[in-house]
Design a protein around this ligand. Structure first.
Ligand code: NI
Length: 172
């Protein structure tokens, strides 16, 4: 298994989002293992394929206390089919938007349908942190970042900060 490189804003693929998986094979399963490995290596609670520069519609996450067991959940072609209630997810962060923590309005409860690694249908009903993570990762697959869920002013400030940093980087 290998730890993959995380792509960060303003990478194009983060805006483009992902396309549905039409083939679940050993290659895809190896990629999913790498996604899990990458998520643990970067101390993330969830990861979407586009964050490692791949546009297959896959998310992984682990909100358990026993991360050392590395028993993460995988959903292929996840879709949010039902949302209920409202909550503010406090100081939500994202590996692809380094340096930003923001309060984001999310649904309190969600129902997600998709496929597992064997291609069998899965249905997940979740609230609390799990519901937030599912919404965050599925947003990624739809090309949406936490930057798109904060005020335009805050987004502009972040954009300026990032662009300044890119300009300061020495070019190879
Ligand atoms: Ni993220």
């Amino acid at each position: 298994m290998s730890v993959l490189e995380i792509v960060t804003y303003p990478a194009d693929i983060l805006k483009r989002g992902a396309r549905p998986v039409d083939r679940i094979d050993s290659e895809l399963n190896r990629f999913i293992d790498d996604m899990g490995e990458t998520m643990y290596a970067r101390q993330g609670v969830g990861l979407a394929s586009v964050q490692v520069n791949d546009d297959r519609r896959v998310i992984v996450y682990d909100i358990s206390e026993e991360r050392e067991k590395k028993q993460f959940k995988t959903i292929i072609n996840p879709e949010l089919v039902e949302l209920r209630g409202e909550r503010v997810s406090e100081k939500e962060g994202c590996l692809s938007v380094p340096g930003l923590r923001a309060d984001i309005k999310r649904a309190e409860w969600v129902r997600v349908e998709g496929l597992d690694r064997e291609g069998q249908p899965v249905v997940i009903e979740a609230d609390g942190l799990e519901a937030v993570v599912l919404q965050h990762e599925i947003d990624h697959l739809d090309g949406v970042l936490i930057l798109d869920r904060i005020s335009r002013l805050k987004k502009e400030l972040y954009k300026r900060k990032v662009l300044k940093k890119i300009r300061q980087c020495p070019k190879p």
